[in-house]
Write a protein of this length. Structure first.
Length: 147
């Protein structure tokens, strides 16, 4: 298991660096790209819900939302379920950029990375990483609550 974690940490850091370098000309950071992707996939949602999905602090997500609003990639809407917590919704330019980012990332990943892997190995890796992420998240929760 330690070997997997030893690979995941640099993978995450280098993936973030790649996203930053690819999308810096668009003014989009790694965090902004993550928020944009969640809102594109799920639909309008309040900042606390976005933060929960991304396992990030609400304040950090709010900064990303502010930056995305400044670029007109997302907008705020009234939240019928809560007076003070607005919904964050993707705009048409935001959707266009998100689609372009995803197409570009898929093109980069599909044929050029880990070319020696089989589809079955990729599915197994995804299952292991999903389970590991779940268990690490649960461990963090346990540490926070002191149980």
């Amino acid at each position: 298991m330690l070997e997997v974690l030893d690979q995941v940490r640099p993978l995450v850091l280098n993936s973030a660096r790649a996203v930053e370098l690819m999308w810096r000309p668009e003014g989009v950071s790694v965090g902004m790209r993550a928020v944009l992707g969640i809102v594109a996939d799920v639909g309008p949602m309040p900042v606390p819900a976005i933060a929960e999905r991304l396992d990030l602090a609400r304040q950090g997500v709010q900064r990303h939302v502010n930056d995305l609003c400044a670029l007109s990639l997302v907008q705020t809407r009234p939240n019928p379920g809560h007076q003070r917590s607005v919904l964050i919704a993707i705009t048409e330019p935001g959707r266009d950029l998100c689609d372009r980012i995803r197409r570009h990332e898929l093109a980069q990943l599909g044929d050029r990375m880990a070319v020696e892997r089989t589809d079955e190995q990729l599915q197994t890796a995804a299952m292991v990483l999903t389970a590991l992420n779940r268990d690490v998240r649960n461990r963090v929760q346990t540490l926070r609550t002191g149980q």
